[in-house]
Design a protein. Sequence first.
Length: 357
Amino acid sequence: MPRSKSNSSAKNGPVTLAMVAARAGVSTQTVSNAINSPGMLRPETLERVSRVIEEMGYRPSRAAQTLRTRSSKLIGYGVQPALASSPVLDRFLHALSQAADEAGYRILLFACPPGLPTLEGYEELLDQHEVDGFVLSGTERDDPRQAWLAKRGVPFVGFGRMWSGRKIGDWVDVDGASGTDAAVEHLVALGHREIAFLGWERGASGAGDDRAEGWQRAMHRHGLPTRGRRGQTVNDIDAARAAVKPLLDAGATAVVTASDMLALGCYQALRERGAAPGRDVAVVGFDDSPTAEILFPALASVAQPLEEVGRECVRLLLARMAAPDAAPERLLLEPSLMVRDSICAPDGGDAASGLAD
């Protein structure tokens, strides 16, 4: 049985445009036209070239197509392996992918090293001409990505502010301070005065400091003391359990936290001392993760509008591609407080009776 030409060519390396042109007896430009602008060729020429392309198994290079069109229809998004299973990230990626798909684009995920943001992965993708732009998340102080991409004229949009005060690029973010402010307002309306905050270490996260600022702002507005009522820890249940104990010992009747993970630590600390969240101490999380609603008691939490974030990220990125020199656009979206059973009045009453009073 004779060996096919495509298999024979594969043994000697990939089939090239020039090889197809030589076999069909035409120029490389004619082969390119057959692929990209078939209407330019006579029907008999197009048929001959197409037959040779099929016989030889030729597949156009994505990089070559990108260089020609300056568009790969791909948007790069770097993911840290440790965060790949985050419920919040899952929801954001779903919204981002759906919005990109509706615009005719695809999201290209690539791994980034854990820790502070770096340029690793971004340079490689640009060198290969595989993406039209990037969506950045996990933005932090001293993040090198925005300035590096802007200097090279690469379109990007951030899910998150730069936090450093520098005005570079477009971004969409959630107003974390507004979310914790709303949580304090709700607790004050129930009668709480001893409201503590459990967050991440000062300066470790721009988003974390933003959420702490909202709690402090609302407490000051109501003339409530904050000294000795702020705890800090890493985003870990066991660490949160230990960090919240001094706040509970000091008589906190409610704890607002920077994440649902920290709120779970509060749940454990309360149960260790024979107390119950939503009965003895009110607890409020942040992010409204899927577990919040199925906990017992169900966890009140600040929900981020992640679907809207995803849509706006794609909109701003496409607008930047279309108008590279336009003024930067920044959007700060409002979160919403999801009131559930972990909120109670300070005397142990339920939330409804506290509001009625």
